[in-house]
Design a protein around this ligand. Sequence first.
Ligand SMILES: Cc1ncc(COP(=O)(O)O)c(C=O)c1O
Length: 417
Amino acid sequence: MDPLRSTDPEIADLIEKETRRQSAVLRMIPSENYASDAVLAASGSILCNKYSEGYPAKRYYQGQENIDEIERLATTRAKDLFGAEHANVQPYSGSPANMAVYLGLLGKGGRVLGMDLAAGGHLTHGAKASFSGLFYEVAAYGLSRESGRIDYAQARRLAKEFKPQMIFCGASSYPRVVDFAAFAEIAAEVGARLVADISHISGLCFTGQHPAPFPHVDVVTTTTHKLLRGPRGGMILCRQELAAAIDKAVFPGLQGGPHNQTTAAIAVALKEAASPDYREYCRRVVENSKALAEGLLSRGLTLVTGGTDNHLALIDAGAAGLTGKALASGLERAGIVANANKIPFDPRPAHDPSGLRLGTPALTSRGMGVAEMDLVAGLVHQTAVNLEDHAALDNIRQLVAELCLDFPAPGITPCEC
Ligand SMILES: Cc1ncc(COP(=O)(O)O)c(C=O)c1O
């Protein structure tokens, strides 16, 4: 019998139900994906049994010959893929990776310019509710009211006034290309370190879909579980001159022992990401996202910036007389899982905003293409115009279930669903 089921049937049941859910719905939260069987195998391995505080050849416990090799493989693959001089693969996730950058580059306090949370930045880029806004002096740049794109002139003006020691670029809900070279000019003008958080778009940056952050930036942070299709984790890549400060900030500054099973799974994901298949996958993620955007626009929905350059589109639900939350919950009933999100200059509060984010990474991992994106855009539109009609939403859910059967989810074998 399955050891998990015999020890803990409640947890086994819930994992089985979640497996079925991940298989039977269209997962369109842009930060989610499907990890491969190989990544899942490493992530659920006996490596979780080992303590390894420190770094390869500089550990505080014995018995590290295999763990050292695993971490060396992960860091080498990360450096090769991102064109970085140094990599630290130990951060427990994206937020701890960013926290380590604050600690490593600034210490206990300092001035930071980041993208406004309301404009699409991440909590850790200086939001008041996070450590970044609590422990550091922050200023925030945003978007142009006319174009919905990053207002580089405002960022430059703020940088000159505020004189930050560190500038964060990169976003959580921005559908366009981030101009790392433009940020590098601004950072150089005021003598600030430049950090690019490419958690959402990491794959696009090393497969040629978007510009690469190096050599423009000093530090790159990324999660490993979004477009990268790895386990839940984080990485920091940086110039060699910053390596010691970053490593010291991760351990012993913020963390204890690394999660070795995650390090191994990151190494596997990086090996997969270096393949021609992954390059093609990233090309198709963007192609699908553009097809989805066109499908939504052609059916009368409004998108922030009028389209997309990356893996996500941001619908202005308010323009259709809806709220983002109402649309997200109607879509969930219809089998399409997305998240409500603020739009630029949103008049509504963060817990009930006007927008909705739709991403293509997970659907593309299932093998869907532009024809399916048009179909999905039609289903999203049908949901938006039938939000109160539960029978109509249940019909859409049936169509979604049929589509999902045609495109099995990676890492989920048929017998599990
Ligand atoms: C740009 C960006 N940075 C950092 C994070 C934080 O990652 P985690 O949730 O793994 O802490 C996110 C999460 O969505 C993100 O979008």
